[in-house]
Design a protein around this ligand. Structure first.
Ligand SMILES: Nc1nc2c(c(=O)[nH]1)N[C@H]1C(S)=C(S)[C@@H](COP(=O)(O)OP(=O)(O)OC[C@H]3O[C@@H](n4cnc5c(N)ncnc54)[C@H](O)[C@@H]3O)O[C@H]1N2
Ligand code: MOO
Length: 331
């Protein structure tokens, strides 16, 4: 059998079955299906069909080896998505992949390019390492024509199968305990009130983790070292050390982290704000030196690294180096 796609004038369409969703756009108010695939056209629908510019509808018979756009989109989404994502029902030929829980999104960019190389297949995703929340749409699949050759859907599936991991998935966050060392003699001696602690606590807790304790340290290398050491001894999953990250003689944080013998991945991150941030590992535990900008800038390099650490990923020098390209957010 050969597929047939017959055009029928709406005035003769009463009783016929719609072959695909028909979209209405009311600027600023609504964009979505006015009628869904499978709807049986009634006499009273004709004016509505004409009002969205449909003088004809399709009546469709699929041949062997052909897929309706909805089924092709479902197959692409199923091939791409991992176990922590679910599929939406098709709407206007599009199937979304939706986060089942909060986590760090992982996207195999090269494989996504591979899917989009298949003629008229579309897989559109958020960028890898985006923190996502339960219910968030992280990717969408569709095909361009209404009838799509199954052979091309199989090409997409072959791209996905050639990888040993899903093209799109998320890593759920661990429940971590964070130690916080607030540096700065002005805070330690009570000259000003601590503003750093509440900011980092809110960020840590927003991912479902806990601040196990917060201590104040004057601008003294030994005190800062003791603070970090004691949190690691108590089993902290990571330690945040705030302030004292720049070039003044009283900025002791990088020196303290280094003097502990921590492995310093980088002092300096080519992203603004957050360029003075330090990433280190002390006895395998991540230690971040957070610059003053984290107090007042809502998005800094800290917001990039925190979800990575909570997902259990190790931050490498190569990644940090690559953050400069596109890393100018504000300064
Ligand atoms: N000459 C240079 N100046 C600065 C540089 C530089 O490279 N050369 N870098 C700038 C960047 S970027 C940043 S970010 C800040 C980083 O500063 P620090 O991490 O050293 O921050 P502090 O000097 O400790 O404090 C800055 C400011 O914030 C107040 N502060 C610090 N901690 C607290 C706290 N817990 N609660 C309330 N307020 C706090 C502190 O009193 C200072 O007023 O350096 C730029 N400058
Ligand atoms: O560490 Mo700073 O943020 O670049 O202002």
């Amino acid at each position: 059998m050969k597929s047939s796609l017959k055009e029928v004038h709406v005035s003769e369409a009463v009783g016929l079955v719609l072959a695909h969703d028909l979209t209405q756009v009311l600027p600023g108010k609504y964009k979505g299906p006015l009628f869904r695939k499978g709807h049986v056209v009634r006499g009273e629908d004709i004016d509505d069909l004409l009002s969205i510019g449909k003088e004809h509808i399709y009546v469709m018979d699929l041949a062997e080896g052909e897929l309706h756009e909805n089924d092709a989109a479902r197959r692409i989404a199923a091939a791409a998505g991992g176990e922590n994502l679910r599929m939406s029902p098709p709407k206007e030929g599009k199937v979304n992949l939706i986060a089942k829980r909060d986590g760090l999104l992982k996207v195999e960019a090269e494989a996504v390019h591979g899917v989009n190389h298949v003629d008229q297949a579309v897989l559109s995703t958020l960028k890898t390492d985006t923190p996502v929340t339960e219910g968030q749409i992280v990717a969408a699949a569709r095909v361009i024509p209404l009838i799509y050759p199954e052979s091309r859907t199989k090409e997409v599936e072959a791209v996905a199968e050639s990888r040993n991991k899903p093209l799109v998935d998320l890593i759920p966050y661990r429940k971590c305990n964070a130690g916080v060392v607030i540096t700065g003699s002005e805070v330690y001696h009570g000259r000003i009130r601590d503003k750093f602690g509440p900011v980092v606590r809110e960020k840590v807790e927003s991912y479902g983790s806990t601040v196990m304790g917060q201590i104040l340290a004057s601008d003294d290398k030994e005190r800062i070292m003791n603070g970090i050491r004691s949190f690691v001894d108590q089993g902290a999953d990571f330690v945040l050390v705030t302030g004292g990250m720049s070039v003044d003689p009283d900025d002791r944080t990088p020196g303290a982290i280094t003097a502990l013998g921590a492995e310093v991945v980088s002092y300096g991150t080519p992203m603004l704000p957050g360029s003075m941030l330090m990433v280190a590992y002390y006895r395998g535990v991540p230690v971040l030196g957070l610059p003053g900008c984290v107090i007042h800038d809502s998005y800094t390099s800290f917001d990039l690294f925190l979800p990575r650490i909570l997902a259990g990923e190790r931050i490498t020098r190569e990644e940090i180096v690559s953050l400069g390209y596109g890393g100018l957010h504000s300064c």
